[in-house]
Ligand binder design. Structure first.
Ligand SMILES: C[S@@+](CC[C@H](N)C(=O)[O-])C[C@H]1O[C@@H](n2cnc3c(N)ncnc32)[C@H](O)[C@@H]1O
Length: 278
């Protein structure tokens, strides 16, 4: 199924068979209860409120069920923070074929990951990229819209950005769509969460955040005094950024931030790089 720009968002079929779904649910329960997995001190978790382990496990479910993540995938986590997504993935990715790279501008997050995850799981590696961000890395030396990540072309099967595009201006989302197109192998997938503003979203009572029109057309801020604390985009703006770089949007799953029912809070977009996986 290929959801074209602006087309009606279709309901999509489950990617997992009932047996695969049972196995995944069982694995998620075990990971959530595993006391031996690393976790940073709560006061050092700078990536948002909520239960660090539970949110990571929840997203493992979305990456697999909605994104089609496979244990054998070579994975890139853009904006990996302090390893919230990486920790559950250590239990899911195959030890000999799967691998993981995480990048983030915040040094403290990368240091914690390299000290606490890589020594036990050497196929999980982390790298700080000194990108400037008004909230996360004020003095950063690199401009986000010029980002070029230190990996070779076509070296990943699965790239994800969880709760990252919700903090970036549109030109940086474009830059990452370009990088995803370069870094994915043919048939590879980009999984990105975002706040997509659709007709009616801004009037709904239960919506959280309550977005207010931003400076640039098609952008919406949760808090005008800190635009990148939560930024939403008219759906076409994000879809065009992704399509414009050559990726094809495969599915869009709407989140419950807008006050409607969903298994997840932010919207999820899954796009593929054209071509056949080898
Ligand atoms: C809300 S946190 C989410 C972190 C992680 N994805 C998670 O869900 O645990 C947003 C992350 O985006 C990172 N970030 C900010 N600007 C970035 C950029 N230009 N490129 C990549 N990551 C960025 C921040 O440092 C922060 O770790």
């Amino acid at each position: 199924m290929n959801a074209q720009i602006g087309s009606k968002i279709p309901a999509f079929e489950a990617l997992l068979s009932p047996a695969e779904e049972n196995r995944l649910s069982w694995m998620m329960e075990i990971i959530e209860r595993n006391r031996f997995l690393p976790a940073p001190a709560p006061e050092n978790v700078f990536v948002g409120d909520g239960d660090y382990r539970a949110i990571g496990v929840e997203y493992l479910g979305h990456l697999v069920r909605i994104g089609g993540l496979k244990p054998s995938d070579r994975v890139l986590d853009i904006g990996c923070g302090i390893g919230r997504m990486a920790v559950p993935l250590t239990q899911f990715l195959d030890e000999s074929t799967g691998c993981y790279e995480g990048v983030d501008p915040v040094k403290e997050g990368i240091t914690w990951c390299t000290q606490n995850i890589t020594p036990v799981y050497p196929r999980f590696r982390f790298c700080q990229i000194d990108l400037a961000h008004e909230l996360y890395n004020r003095g950063g030396s690199l401009a986000g819209h010029e980002v070029v990540l230190p990996f070779s072309d076509a070296s990943f099967d699965f790239i994800f950005m969880v709760s990252v595009a919700t903090h970036l201006p549109a030109d940086e989302i474009e830059a990452y769509s370009r990088e995803a197109m370069r870094l994915l192998a043919p048939g590879g997938r980009l999984f990105m969460t975002a706040f997509l503003i659709l007709d009616g979203d801004l009037e709904r009572d239960g919506a959280r955040p309550k977005f207010i029109a931003g400076r640039e057309s098609g952008t919406w801020y949760g808090d005008p005094s800190a635009p990148l604390a939560a930024i939403g985009f008219e759906r076409n703006l994000i879809e065009q950024a992704i399509h414009g770089e050559g990726l094809r949007i495969q599915r869009v799953s709407l989140g419950h931030w807008r006050g409607t029912d969903s298994t997840h809070y932010q919207d999820i977009i899954v796009a593929t790089k054209p071509g056949k996986a080898t």
